[in-house]
Design a protein. Structure first.
Length: 727
């Protein structure tokens, strides 16, 4: 058999980067020009001479060393190597995120070298000349971000491939015949990557779970959870452990607590809530002040550290709220029963009790374990009815949410006074620079099968703000109490907004006649609030709300208290939702430990736990967004023949994104779908410009569209462009 000779690569100026890569991957082994040529599958004279030349240049540049005559090693330490994270695009290219670089480093497709989205990698960075965008090549995958993926299996006689709907997953996964499991052709499956051989185009994997058939409701919901590594059920041993917990209320335990069962106490929650983890109590004091208690389910009493139940709760770190279901952090015996502050049931609670003046000044405060009894369960709509009719005669019975019952004068008076105090607290917060984000939430009316029959928008009203302000007060005061003692604690922190994103946002909103004041951070917050108010009710409101939120840093958990920019608090924590958030459980434990005289705990340990909780919160948020997208696509499937008025919410080189005004569903009009001209993307204007007519399609423009395609698996809508509004 004759030896295969590969022709030299045309237009190849040099092989420097490829030489660096080979030597980097074999750091302890010297290579001569023949060995490098063999690695590159090149043995023609032209290529050989170029390799020899490049080796000498690299040695002269001190990037490699000649360890023996004609043989070279990579230099042990090079300033061109960096560790960081891969951020994939949907175009099979990526950016390398590293704190050593002010701008992200571009990674071409052929330089990814088996790195996947969010992997921790080592990258060789080149092309660092001034004015040039730095580029790089992945030398080593240090740590995979994830190895489990959801996709559809295509089974052939002796092998299969699994392809995912994730646009950032640029490769399918090869499944050997003995790794199919119970999968049938076309099933949605969860697979694990087990290996990725150097010369293989695709990673090798195995099916670990069959999720169902594509497009089926339960299949897609479970696929969303599996895609983010979130569990759908509790392990049987955890359920058994939870069922054995003694949830009885005992006199011996009551004796250790502040007894507040005789104080007027009630809950205000969404009408479809299953668990009630917070309640308010109200009492008028003889001095004219008010005693207001924020009572939180004492989850830490039942959730003992070191148990399998606690381990499971920590790993989950949060409840996940999909459109049609809740995946709780705690089993139902705790979340919906023992720890739920249901009316007329005695409960163990952890409380923040404040003496507050009529001007909403906190005069005294007390933190500790209590026993409470809720007198009433209100839905937000019912509390709102009381607030709105406070100047009229309120009927003895309220019937807002389908049930009808009597309401005591005490409850009416408490709700009205709490609302007044909450409004003062909110006004003070806004004056101090807090930012008001009342973004419209999309909600669905679901039938018994979980199918969407309608879309509605959730808007925060006074009753929502009432609860919010007193929860914020408890969270702030608890954090302040420990923070001023300089003891390790878990804070909810929020950094200042990203200035580059604000500048980019200014470019967009200027088209609608708005502007942001950049003079100082106080001006920015006031300016953003003014912007929200001005845009309220406009066609571009949702776009501007979205841009403003994206310009903000993400709130997270940390032991390093930098304050909370968005709320304008120097101290802030999460104390009020331990049924659904593990950081709140840790805050309860730490607060009680310090109340008992404990010394400061290990900061590194709690910082690690904070990072984990922040990460799980991010995954849960992504899953929740995906479930909304899925339900929007499913809803639009039944409205394919209708015309919809939409607002252009995004412009890219391949098309325009359009958000339907009536239901906030967003989809894309591909550039080729706009037939009245040949359009090109104008990056400076964030617009599509017609080559012949000069017509412009830009952010905020209203157009009419019709559904072209609704892809449940990819959770994508494609629209037909019909016409501009007014035409």
């Amino acid at each position: 058999m004759s030896k295969k000779i590969r022709k030299p690569i045309k237009n190849e100026k040099d092989f420097s980067d490829k030489i660096i890569k080979i030597l980097s991957q074999n750091a302890n082994k010297p290579f001569n020009y023949k060995q490098i040529g063999a690695k590159l599958e090149l043995d023609d004279t032209q290529s050989r001479n170029q390799i020899i030349k490049d080796l000498k240049i690299l040695a002269a540049q001190n990037k490699i060393i000649e360890s023996e005559p004609g043989a070279y090693l990579i230099k042990a330490v090079s300033q061109d190597y960096y560790e960081g994270t891969i951020d994939m695009t949907s175009r099979k290219t990526a950016y390398f995120i590293c704190e050593d670089f002010a701008e992200d480093v571009f990674i071409p497709t052929n330089n990814l070298n088996r790195a996947l989205d969010k992997d921790k990698v080592k990258v060789y960075v080149y092309n660092r000349r001034k004015g040039k965008r730095p580029e790089g090549e992945v030398i080593e995958v240090i740590e995979r971000n994830k190895t489990e993926f959801v996709g559809v299996i295509d089974i052939q006689p002796n092998f299969a491939f699994v392809s995912t709907a994730n646009p950032k997953m640029y490769t399918d996964i090869f499944i050997p015949k003995d790794k199919f499991g119970d999968a049938e052709n076309g099933d949605v499956v969860l697979v694990v990557i087990e290996d990725w051989k150097k010369r293989a185009d695709s990673p090798f994997g195995a099916v670990i779970k069959v999720l169902g058939k594509p497009g089926e409701h339960n299949t897609e919901m479970h696929a969303i959870l599996a895609e983010y590594g979130l569990p759908a059920d509790f392990p049987i041993e955890v359920e058994v452990f939870a069922q054995k917990i003694d949830t009885s209320i005992t006199e011996s335990e009551i004796a250790k607590r502040r007894d507040m069962r005789d104080t007027l106490t009630y809950t205000i929650d969404p009408k479809d809530a299953k668990d009630f983890d917070d309640a308010l109590s109200f009492k008028k004091l003889e001095n004219g002040n008010f005693e207001i208690g924020i009572h939180i389910a004492d989850v830490s009493y039942y959730l003992e550290e070191g148990t399998i139940l606690d381990d499971e709760a920590y790993q989950r770190a949060t409840s996940v709220y999909l459109v049609d279901r809740v995946v709780p952090m705690l089993p139902e015996v705790l979340s919906n029963f023992a720890c739920s502050l249901r009316p007329d049931e005695e409960k163990y609670t952890f409380s923040a009790v404040f003496e507050i003046s009529p001007q909403a000044q906190v005069v005294n405060q007390w933190f500790g374990r209590t026993v409470t009894l809720s007198n009433q369960r209100f839905a937000y709509e019912e509390a709102q009815y009381i607030i709105e009719t406070k100047d009229d005669v309120i009927p003895e019975e309220i019937s807002i949410t389908g049930s009808s019952y009597k309401v005591s004068e005490e409850l009416v008076e408490a709700t009205i006074k709490l609302d007044e105090l909450a409004k003062i607290l909110r006004k003070k917060r806004m004056a101090n620079g807090a930012i008001s984000f009342d973004k419209v939430e999309v909600k669905f009316d679901l039938n018994e099968e979980g199918e969407p029959e309608g879309v509605y928008f959730k808007v925060s009203k006074d009753a929502n703000h009432l609860i919010e302000e007193f929860m914020l007060l408890a969270n702030r005061k608890v954090a302040e109490y420990i923070g001023k003692q300089k003891k390790t604690f878990i804070y909810r922190i929020h950094d200042e907004p990203n200035e580059d994103k604000l500048i980019a946002m200014q470019t967009v909103i200027a088209k609608f006649g708005y502007k942001i004041d950049f003079r100082n951070k106080g001006d920015i917050s006031k300016s953003l609030n003014a912007l929200m108010e001005q845009a309220n009710g406009s066609k571009e409101q949702n776009l501007i709300d979205t841009l403003a939120i994206r310009s903000m840093s993400k709130a997270k958990y940390s032991t390093d208290n930098i304050g909370h920019y968005g709320l304008a608090f120097d101290y802030y924590s999460h104390f009020t939702s331990p049924i659904r958030r593990y950081p709140d459980v840790m805050v309860h434990r730490l607060l009680q430990f310090y109340l008992d005289g404990g010394t400061s705990v290990d900061e590194d340990l709690y910082e690690t736990k904070s990072l984990h909780c922040s990460s799980m919160e991010s995954l849960a948020s992504s899953a929740e967004r995906d479930s909304i997208k899925y339900m929007q696509v499913k809803y639009m499937q039944d409205h394919q023949h209708e015309e919809f008025l939409g607002v252009i919410s995004g412009v890219t080189e391949w098309g325009i994104y359009v958000e339907i005004v009536a239901n906030k569903c967003e989809g894309m009009v591909r550039i080729r779908e706009i037939k009245d001209d040949y359009y090109t993307f104008d990056e400076k204007q964030y617009a599509m410009v017609g080559a012949t007519s000069g017509k412009i399609l830009q952010l905020g423009d209203e157009i009419y569209v019709k559904v072209k395609n609704a892809d449940l698996v990819k959770k994508q809508l494609d629209f037909h462009f019909l016409r501009r509004a007014g035409e």
